[in-house]
Design a binder for this molecule. Structure first.
Ligand code: TYD
Length: 133
């Protein structure tokens, strides 16, 4: 897949509380190398604002809500994440920002790569160059 897409995850409904899960290469199209999460985001703050050369990722709002703006250099799409039983798959080489975090929101990011500073494209100009635009 070379475009961002919302993926619905299994949801096991139970009077004791619901349960969702994901398995690599089954519910998401990559092998998981890392998981990180973003929390305690002050109102109005923006996270992301970069692209990755290799990293594919899957972002879930485990709690609260936020928007992810994905940009291929030509077109921007905004995805609102606000449930823990679906997430947004983002392939590599797309610019993305995370905005509009609600109070107490918790963003979990499942990544196809280990952390590497070299994988980041941090300037939008460099991103457009990388895309040949
Ligand atoms: P960064 O990816 O720039 O945050 P965001 O895109 O959400 O604004 O990461 C912020 C800092 O955390 C940066 O100094 C790198 C460090 N970091 C790690 O050390 N390991 C990781 O897995 C991640 C995601 C970030």
């Amino acid at each position: 897949m070379d475009y961002p897409i919302i993926i619905n995850l299994p949801k096991i409904e139970d009077s004791r509380g619901n349960l969702s899960f994901l398995e690599e290469q089954k519910h998401i199209p990559f092998v998981i190398k890392r998981t990180y999460w973003i929390y305690d985001v002050p109102g109005g703050q923006v996270r992301g604002g970069h692209a990755f050369k290799e990293q594919q990722e899957f972002i879930i709002a485990l709690s609260g809500s936020f928007d992810v703006i994905v940009d291929d250099g030509i077109e921007k799409k905004t995805f609102s994440l606000n449930r823990s039983y679906y997430g947004l798959y983002i392939p590599a080489t797309l610019w993305r920002e995370m905005v509009n975090f609600s109070t107490n929101s918790l963003a979990m990011v499942v990544s196809s790569t280990h952390y590497s500073d070299h994988d980041y494209i941090r300037s939008y100009r460099d991103f457009l160059n990388y895309k040949g635009l």
